[in-house]
Write a protein that binds this ligand. Structure first.
Ligand SMILES: C[S@@+](CC[C@H](N)C(=O)[O-])C[C@H]1O[C@@H](n2cnc3c(N)ncnc32)[C@H](O)[C@@H]1O
Ligand code: SF4
Length: 428
C-alpha cells in the first residue's frame, strides 16, 4: 500500500474512533500566553542528551559529549524544574525516569538534579535511569545508589561483536559480562537490559544466541526491540545507499514468535509487547514509556497532560537561552480531546499486554468495546473475570502497530523538531 493510501486509511480510522474535532497537529506555542493545566499528581521524565559515541541508528535527541556543555545544560534544567514547580505547586510525583542520550555522562551533576526534584515536588515513587555498558563502573554505580536510584536499564543491544560494530557501539562484547555482574552486586530493585534484533542479515541462530546469553547471565528483565530504521537517522541513509534490505514481514513474524517462545519456555512472563520478566522474581516491572501523564524536562522532552501534549525545543542552545530568560522552552503543543485520551489509554494498556476489565469499562465507549470484541474473535486476546490478556499473536500485531506509530508519528515530529527549533506546525 502506498504512503497516500496508508494515510487515507489512518485518517478514516482516526475520524471514526476519535472524531473529526480532534486535530492531529502540533502548533507553535506563544510562551507568553501559554498556560499549564492544574494537576495534583504526575510522573517525570528528565532528558540528558549527551553521548560519547553517535550510534547511527539512533533517533533520540542527542549530541556528542563535550565536558563544557554539561554545566550550562544542567543550570538550564534546574531552572526549568523550578519554573514548573512555581506554576504547578508541590505536585506528587509517582515515578521519575532519567533518560537520554546517556544520562551517566553527567553523573556528578545528577545529584543536583535529583535534589532539586525532591525539593520542588513530593516524590513518592521509583527513580529509574538508563545508560550504556561503557558507563558501568564502580564510581558510577556507587553514585547512582547514593542518589537513591533504584531501577536501571542498560543498552546492551547484542552480545555479538559483529552487530555491536554495525551499531557503532563504543564497547566490546567482552565488557558486557563484568558490567552486568557489577550491577547485580549493587542490588538495584530492577535491572533491565535492552536488546535489539532484526538487523540486516541477522539469522535466527544469532538472535537465539543473544537471548541465551541474556538468560545465562541471570538477567531478570529484558526488552527486545526490532531495529527501527528512521529515515532521518544515518543508518536509514546507510541502508538506502547500500540497498541493504531489512527483514520482511514473515521473517519479523517468525523472529517475534521465536523470542516470545524462548522467554516463556525459560520462565519469563511478558510485561509489555517487547519486555519479559523472570516470573519467579519479586523485582518490580521496569518500563519507560507507558505512563499516561508526565512532565518532560530537558531539550526535546515531551510532556503529556490529560488535555495536551507538548514538546520542548530540541535545540540545546535555544533551550538554554529560553531558560536563562526565565521562560519555559516549550516549542509546540497539541490539545487532546477526552475521546483521544481514552484511546491513548487503551493503546498503552494493550502495549502492557493486560489490563483490568473494571478500568476498561470505566474508559470505554461502545466503539472501544466493539474493538475488543473484534480482537477477541481474531484470537488476539482472552479475558477472565477480572482482566483482558493479549496472547502472542495479539502482541505481535500491537508490536506492528507500535512500529507504525514510532516510525510515522515520532519520525514526523522528531525529524521536523531536529531541523527547526520552533516550527510553526507539524501535522501528524
Ligand atoms: C536512549 S537508549 C538507552 C541508553 C543508552 N543511550 C544506550 O544506547 O545504551 C534507549 C534504547 O532504545 C533502543 N533504540 C534506540 N534506537 C533504536 C532503533 N533505531 N531501533 C530500535 N531500538 C532502538 C535501544 O535498545 C536503546 O537501548
Ligand atoms: S543509542 Fe544511546 S548511546 Fe547511542 S547515540 Fe542513542 S542515546 Fe546515545
Amino acid at each position: 500500500m502506498g504512503v497516500l493510501k496508508v494515510d487515507t486509511v489512518t485518517n478514516m480510522l482516526r475520524n471514526y474512533f476519535v472524531g473529526k474535532d480532534q486535530k492531529f497537529i502540533f502548533e507553535k506555542v506563544d510562551i507568553e500566553s501559554f498556560e499549564l493545566p492544574n494537576i495534583q499528581e504526575t510522573n517525570l521524565y528528565i532528558h540528558i542528551p549527551f553521548c560519547k559515541s553517535m550510534c547511527p541508528y539512533c533517533p533520540y535527541n542527542r549530541v556528542l559529549y563535550q565536558e563544557e556543555m554539561i554545566g550550562p545544560y544542567i543550570t538550564a534544567l534546574l531552572k526549568e524544574i523550578e519554573i514548573y514547580a512555581q506554576k504547578l505547586g508541590r505536585v506528587t510525583i509517582s515515578s521519575v525516569y532519567i533518560g537520554g542520550g546517556t544520562p551517566t555522562n553527567a553523573i556528578d551533576e545528577l545529584e543536583d538534579v535529583i535534589d532539586k526534584i525532591k525539593t520542588c515536588f513530593n516524590v513518592v515513587g521509583d527513580i529509574a535511569i538508563e545508560t550504556t555498558i561503557a558507563d558501568i563502573n564502580e564510581y558510577n554505580v556507587q553514585k547512582l545508589k547514593l542518589y537513591g536510584i533504584n531501577m536501571i536499564s542498560i543498552g546492551v543491544q547484542s552480545f555479538d561483536e559483529k552487530y555491536l560494530e554495525l551499531l557503532g557501539r563504543n564497547y566490546t562484547s567482552e565488557m558486557i559480562k563484568p558490567a552486568l555482574k557489577l550491577l547485580k552486586e549493587a542490588n538495584f530493585d530492577t535491572v533491565n537490559i535492552d536488546l535489539m534484533f532484526a538487523f540486516p542479515g541477522q539469522s535466527e541462530k544469532e538472535i537465539m544466541d543473544d537471548l541465551k546469553k541474556a538468560n545465562e547471565y541471570g538477567i531478570e528483565q529484558i526488552t527486545a526491540y526490532p531495529l527501527f530504521t528512521f529515515p532521518y537517522s544515518s543508518i536509514g541513509e546507510y541502508l538506502k545507499i547500500n540497498k541493504i534490505k531489512m527483514p520482511k514481514f514473515f521473517a519479523r513474524r517468525k523472529f517475534y514468535k521465536l523470542i516470545h517462545d524462548y522467554f516463556i519456555d525459560n520462565g519469563y512472563e511478558m510485561t509489555s509487547v517487547w519486555s519479559f520478566k523472570k516470573n519467579n522474581i519479586q523485582s518490580k516491572r521496569y518500563s519507560s514509556v507507558t505512563r499516561e501523564d508526565y512532565i518532560g524536562f530537558g531539550a526535546g522532552a515531551g510532556s503529556r497532560f490529560k488535555s495536551q501534549f507538548h514538546f520542548n525545543t530540541f535545540t540545546i542552545a535555544e533551550y538554554e537561552k529560553r531558560l536563562f530568560e526565565d521562560k519555559l522552552p516549550i516549542a509546540v503543543n497539541m490539545p487532546i480531546s477526552e475521546r483521544l485520551s481514552r484511546y491513548y489509554w487503551l493503546y498503552w494498556r494493550l502495549y502492557d499486554t493486560r489490563f483490568s476489565i473494571e478500568e476498561f469499562n470505566k474508559y470505554s465507549d461502545w466503539k472501544m468495546k466493539t474493538l475488543m470484541k473484534i480482537f477477541t474473535i481474531l484470537g488476539f486476546c482472552k479475558k477472565n473475570e477480572n482482566n483482558y490478556f493479549l496472547n502472542e499473536r495479539g502482541s505481535f500485531w500491537i508490536h506492528l502497530a507500535q512500529n507504525y506509530f514510532v516510525l510515522n508519528y515520532i519520525n514526523k515530529v522528531w525529524s521536523v523538531m531536529k531541523e527547526q527549533p520552533f516550527p510553526e506546525r507539524i501535522r501528524i
